[in-house]
Design a protein. Sequence first.
Length: 607
Amino acid sequence: MGDIIHLLPDHIANQIAAGEVIQRPASVVKELMENAVDAGAAHITVNIRDAGRTLIQVIDDGKGMSETDARMAFERHATSKIAAVQDIFSLRTMGFRGEALASVAAVAQVELRTRLKGAELGTKLSISGSALDAIEPDVCHEGSVFSVKNLFYNVPARRKFLKSNETEFRNILTEFERVALVCPQIAFSLYHNDTETFQLPVSGLRQRIVNMFGKKLNQALLTLDAPNSIARIEGFVGQVSAVKRKGALNYFFVNGRFMKHPYFHMAIMRTYESLIPADEKPDYFIYLTLDPSTIDVNIHPTKTEIKFENEGLIRQILTAAVREALGKANAVPSIDFDTEGAIEIPVYRPEREPAAPGLHADPSYNPFHRASARPSYSESDWAKLYRGFEQDRTLPPDCSIPPYPEALPPEGDGTLFPETAHPCFQYKGRYIITLLKSGLVLIDQRRAHVRILYDRYLSNIRQQKSVSQQLLFPEIIECTASEAAILPVLMDELRGFGFDLSPLGNNSYSINGVPADVQDCDPSALLGELLNSAMEAGGAMDERTTETLALSLAKAAAIHPGKTLTPEEMESIVGALFSSQASRLTPDGKPILSILTDDELVKRFKA
């Protein structure tokens, strides 16, 4: 039998490697932006067409490359960042593996125009599927211009599995934000289909966050600063009053690199644990600076997973820093004793000899003497209080008192109240108790209302029968770039729920009307929660996204625990719930009711 093991050709090996590094258009944006940052650029511009399918172009004014470097940059494991293994543990740059450009060139058509600072001519290079098409001198600006066209043109299976343009562009926005947030000293611009999405000037760290996510965030951030010998921790954490159920902005950066770290995230959540509801999360932007030799970034090609040598200590420092920031803002409740009417405790002074307590008594006091006893009232005094009482008790001639029933209804009658078909009682402002032929049923009133509203919203969408309540004073909502990217896609669905929105430009919208059931909610907060729910669902307009929006809207409009209901309201909820085809569970699978049968009652009362 002959030999069967052989080396793969370079273009096949590059396409295989590209599967790890280049997963979607956002991966290309990330790698090219990081290279621009490492090149010392002062301004970086990103141009996107068709969510990266047609074109991804990154322009920088960095140091540029020579003709030889431009050609070598597209070879696998070609890098200027490291020269020995020890350099991996002293990294100060974003990239170092030398795989990004080779992976991009393997699955796209790439054009590079670059010129070194001070050089008279630059270089223009074209590569398609790892094959060099042309390289020639070029008249261009100092820096580099990477143009990636027709991504995955030679890997149709990968191109077919790309998501919708809205979803892919939101992923591009995510990578753009991660790089821009850590480099406030660099100006960034982002254009999608020739429309400006971001224009971020050079600024401070806090201003960069505000420019990216809106002015409202500025008032909700608390400064975090904890320098120490192990790691410097700085950044911002959200106030307790500004937590979110969905769409919280959570960012960790280590030595200028974005990372994901569930262990540190859990530490922050536990710090807020006793201050916020369990289903809500705060925003945070935390930047860690520490010795590169104490971390390992060579875990995954995407470089978002990092190992720490002193992970436990950093977690303790992080927890203490967040608590200190919350304490300075009086977010942590302090013990405040009520001093009104309190006993004054004298201060102990050892130089003073305390006097012995004395006994004071009134020898003339006699409890049986009428002068010292409590005042008494004569019968005539009490009679004045009841004067006219009998006249007040007389009933009008047309009023009669129904006779008290002599006996309960016979067993098996099915009800204790013949006048009412379904008598309802409320328990502790949370549960509705009503009768069935087989026993008692306990209903969670909020969950029941969520199920009723959810079914109603879906029915209105399918039948195109929405009910909108116009606002007397329209509200203005300023969307983030991610929200503005998905809102036009959801416009028809939101209109079907009862929202009336008008675009104002610059990622701003006017809320002119809201669904009739949610008049007591904050329209801006409600719309933001719906957008975050849609983004978590994937952003594509399908049945799953519609159901997600309906559930979020139902939860926002449903009654809250503790609300006292009238008998008519309880009967309305019970009737609407039992008419639903899924009355036992909420749309997200939580139980709505519990039945206590007659047989169970009999067992409980057995002697």
